[in-house]
Design a protein around this ligand. Sequence first.
Ligand SMILES: [Cu+2]
Length: 617
Amino acid sequence: MKLCSLNPSPFVFLPLSRSRIQKFACLACLGCATVACSLNALAVQAVTTVCPRPLPGSLVEEPADLRSVNGVLETTLSVQNSVRPDGSVRYCYTDDAGHQSPNLRVHPGDLIVLHLNNELTEPNLGVAATTPIHPHIHPMNGHACSSGAMTAISTNLHFHGLTIPPVCHQDEVLTTSVQPGDPPFEYRFTIPQDEPPGLYWYHPHIHGFAKQQLLGGASGALIVEGIERSEPSLGGLPERVFIIRDQDLMDPAAQPAKSEPVIPKFLVDRDGDAANTGTGFGKPAKDLSINFVPVPYPAYPPAIIKLRAGERQLWRVLNASAITYLNLQMLILNAPQPLGLVAIDGVPMHHIDTQSAGADWQTHLGVPPGSRVEFIVTAPSEGQSGLLVTRSVDTGPGGENDPNRMLATIEVPRDAPQPHSSLQPALRPTPSAEKAWLGDVQPVRTRRLYFSEKLDDPNDPTSAVEFYLTVDGQEPKMFEMTSDVPNIVTEQGTVEDWIIENRSRELHDFHIHQLHFLLLEYQGRSLQENFLRDTVNVPYYDGHSLAYPSVRLRMDFRDPKTIGTFLYHCHILEHEDKGMMGTIRVVSPSAKTDQNVARSCENNTAESRCSNLTARQ
Ligand SMILES: [Cu+2]
């Protein structure tokens, strides 16, 4: 039986969602007089064309750009999955034109309307567990944000880095859970006028299953335009978006390349991933890909990036890995090249003080999972080539192995294609911030939180581990989806200092939703950073020092859009999925007053303010 061939190569992106594949296939078959087209054949075709990916060694293609029009970006994203012959599962976001993980490009003040279709099918993941959640009714429209529990085939979206409200249909992930077969779920929110211009991203945040879905490729970039207004030297530069993801090893049984030094026998952690060797070499815990071009262990055949000789470009790089740290370097003739860092985590380095603008030139850039770096590169001269590599990261005795490896060769052929996006000329500077610089605001309090891990059986190092992120003074416990009691309550309008300690033997990666913070101290050393972050490493404990490694962060709850309940967690997603997460409730100052009044009114109902309170309720 000959099948209708809709897509001869599994690596060509098919511009159709699953439902549209079936419709299109039947139409195509009407013209195939000699072809027998069965529903089974269509099913096979559909399976093989869901989430297609390029081959190792391919040219790195840019994600498609979806741009706002007249202040609105409206699109549909369908999340799909497919099981590969090796048992791994791919996940992808596809828009109606068939683009995988398109860039969402918006300006401050733009409205995003995003229709999310859940087209996931039940893969045999070996995970039967579901994460129960409380049904949550949106107070404004009575709409349920959850149509069921969080399972391997549920989905939702988190818009990492944006300061938008943590409420249903915007950036709420504690209860929002969309099931296959549900009508499209609508996200509708406005990019704040004061959102710093830079690289943000979207990904699912289904508790217990985030690692699986991100390893499969469920992630994409969101770009707030206008970075050249904060960094005028960028005006007119061509720009590239590179999303580096991790995935299960394509060839886990392979021996390291002969060119590698001999290192001790691989150790494997409880998840079956290669443990940190501390040498910079050996089997990685995960393979990496760049814009979906895999660079698999052990040979790491590099992907190909083409530029014009000597050209300067802005590279926007997102580490969308589930568990892998990056330490990026560009080499020409083995020499590290200067990389002009202009933004971290979506915030230009000189967003607050554009008078002092100018790139911060570095020869390597550390990028923890979830973080972004935007930097100027200069292409090799004619006749030369370069390499984009990631250097090893020491994740600690309890961490995974992130060795040195190649990502891409940088070639400069005369016919190199022009990037499909360039920055505008820097005509107008970014408006000055209305708020005082975070570093100049006195914190109302200091809290201490700490990462820790506990073996189920303290005498068995191979037993399961519980992961905690605990507010000092509270009992360490894994994050509970069913709890309505937040770990932290604070008032909107305030600023706090948080000291985050790491009491475990592996690196962790602190992230909080809804806001950026200022890194004040790293390992007890004061810093004078004039930019903000939303993700930061907390180094591992060496097991014998008198003090635990820590960072001190200034947390900004001044924006009214932070009002609500949201999450902070480790962005190593296997840690987050296994409990390294907590909730914070930011209450409006009037609500806080109301709570205090309500408490006093329990004993004295004659006060006039008690009747006022009743009237407001
Ligand atoms: Cu962690």
